[in-house]
Design a protein around this ligand. Sequence first.
Ligand code: PDD
Length: 285
Amino acid sequence: MLIYLNGKYLDYSQALLPVDERGLQFADGVYEVALVWGGQFVDLERHLERLERSAQAIELDLPFTRSEIRDVAEELLRREAVKQAALYLQVTRGVAPRDHRFPAVVQPTVIAYLKDAHMDREALQHGVKAITVPDLRWLRCDIKSVSLLPNVLARQQAANRGVREAIQVRSGVGVTEGSATNIWMVHQGSIVTAPASNWILSGIVRSVVLDLAKSEKLPVAERFASAEELLQMDEVFMTSTTSFVMPIIEIDGRKVGDGEPGPVTMRLQELYLQRLDQIAHATLG
Ligand code: PDD
């Protein structure tokens, strides 16, 4: 496995960082995960835009231009020659003696690599199970920060219960998102998903699926559903770069609808996968 680290392409075993790296000490950094499909980056420009927004939100000056980091991504892809993968890109404030305050002079740490990503076709066809958990995160879930402890704990709770995802419910707000996915619900043909706000990460797949729903003339309400409503929905699904458009067929041990992936979910999944194949065949950017 090849790792890009601060300007160099290194073998995994050579890619080492000092202990006082601020990503490790304070989770003081931001990241992105973008898909490679059929040897092409999918929506890389949108991911890089979001990385810029996340960095700006934590007052971190990215040490590269968009075209420079795009070149790094392309170079990794050229050297690794993979067809299907996830590009992992992380920028932290850098290495400095431990002190909560920003260091006066510091060079951000930039890490990029391609990680295996496989499509779970069985799950996409038949759906997965989920649980609900309280959303314990901070007030800026719109920043794609490497500070993921509540997400890690939520996903582990799901794993402990033998299910795929933990759907987070924010007290006084409602259903926000999964531990690493956006959540969608369908009731009597209408789609509901949490609005882009400080309470969720505005997913790239979310924005694509919103456009696909529009193109299908499916009504969408961007609002917070309550936990009670979630359990009354006809269909529930989740989206992310690595889980695509994934049906959820059971929540907290109760069937969603009839316990099978629903027609709206499967239509959006079909359109989403078609779009990926179009990108792989380079008919789109
Ligand atoms: N997770 N919400 C959270 C909290 C996420 O971590 C993610 C992505 C999403 C979906 O975003 P997108 O559609 O841009 O992938 C929503 C990535 C895949 C991860 O951390 O692995």
